[in-house]
Design a protein around this ligand. Structure first.
Ligand code: F0G
Length: 359
């Protein structure tokens, strides 16, 4: 066992049931782990599925939000990371690495810290949201800022891990897909198999691949409606995008690693992968925050933007995946919001005017 392995708990023999148990334990029968394997968990998964009354009204369907920002590091990546890092520790790894637009980095850093192994992340210089950078640093990872974009970072990290004994924890790693498929299990269970369409943002395309695998394993086949940002929509355009651009930094990716898998998920589920503009993403982001009380990050709002733009394709039971929480990206929230800040002198008159006057 590796560095931190001997102080870790192990996967228990019986699959635990219900909420508030580590994801690997809850779904052990469907995951590639055995009793006695080391378990690196921050108690991820079992996230809320929240009804969205306004969205339901606007779309004419029952719309729910899968709140993946409720995971320990604030994004869905934790589902895959508990599996990828547990497996890495089981196999004796001393270090993990990833290329990232931010959330994979934060998650890898946290799980590596928990496991007592080292973590390096390669991020596009100046292009990842501040909350994600803060998380990654506070967990003690080595952050390499690449003078290049995510796709270049990924190509380099792949090359590096071919010749060095460092485990790659991007979604090319099969354990990531295995872990992330459990969100499909949770939705299937909560809706008793009634889901008809899943709206999901698509970047590197690991998550849409995971959900589709999860649903297939249960014999379910909701439509997979994937959405890319217009300036970073290789799967929509059918070609690699050399210089992807979008306000949704998490999905600023021009050459997704799970390209074929994502296309197969859309095709086989009679779904689609379509594009939404930055304006549409930001409108959905603001609507979610100011009308549904749900603060997600911009990339997450792409799922709702797509639903509002294209409709539910006749589905009555719809889930939009909100992949990460809003606090990840304070800069964008500060720049695009419906709130107001009113400077005020410390006297009752100005306070009255500020609180009660016309905005
Ligand atoms: N939403 C968020 C918040 C993400 O961070 C990502 C991907 C996606 C959606 C898209 O998921 O890549 O599986 O299609 N973030 C990766 C990262 C690329 O490095 O954190 P995907």
């Amino acid at each position: 066992m590796s560095a931190g392995g001997d102080r870790l708990p192990t996967v228990e023999a019986a699959a635990a049931k219900g909420a508030h148990v580590p994801l690997i334990e809850r779904f052990r029968e469907r995951l590639p782990f055995a009793p006695g394997d080391p378990l690196v968990s921050l108690q991820e998964g079992s996230t809320p599925l929240l009804r969205a009354p306004l969205l339901s009204e606007l779309v004419g369907a029952t719309v729910r939000l899968k709140l993946e920002g409720a995971n320990p590091t604030g994004s869905f990546k934790d589902r895959g990371m508990t599996c990828a890092v547990s497996a890495a520790v089981r196999d004796g790894a001393k270090a993990v690495i990833c290329a990232s637009t931010g959330n994979t980095a934060a998650s890898a850093a946290a799980y590596a810290a928990r496991a007592g192994i080292t973590c390096a992340v390669i991020v596009p210089e100046g292009r990842i949201a501040q909350g994600k950078m803060a998380q990654t640093l506070v967990h003690g990872a080595r952050v390499i800022e690449l003078e290049g974009n995510f796709d270049q970072a990924f190509a380099l990290v792949r090359e590096l891990t071919e010749t060095h004994p460092i485990v790659l924890v991007n979604s090319i790693n099969g354990f990531r897909i295995e872990g992330q498929k459990t969100a499909a299990f949770e939705i299937h269970e909560a809706l008793e198999g009634g889901l008809e369409a899943l709206c999901i943002p698509v970047g590197n395309a690991g998550n849409i691949t995971s959900y589709w695998r999860g649903f297939r394993e249960l014999g379910a086949a909701p439509r997979m409606l994937g959405f890319q940002a217009q300036g970073a929509a290789p799967l929509v355009e059918g070609r690699v995008v050399e210089h992807p651009e979008t306000v949704a930094s998490a999905i600023r990716i021009g050459h997704p690693v799970r390209w074929e898998d994502a296309m197969a998920a859309a095709r086989d589920s009679r779904g689609s992968i379509r594009a939404v503009s930055d304006e549409e993403i930001l409108a959905a982001f603001r609507l979610l925050a100011s009308k549904e009380g749900m603060f997600c990050e911009p990339a997450s709002a792409a799922s709702v933007a797509g639903l509002l733009k294209y409709g539910a394709d006749g589905a009555e039971q719809v889930v939009c995946v909100l992949t990460g929480r809003g606090l990840k990206d304070p800069e964008t929230a500060m720049a695009y919001n419906d709130g107001m800040v009113i400077p005020c002198a410390a006297q009752i008159g100005p306070i009255e005017e500020a609180v009660l006057g016309d905005p």
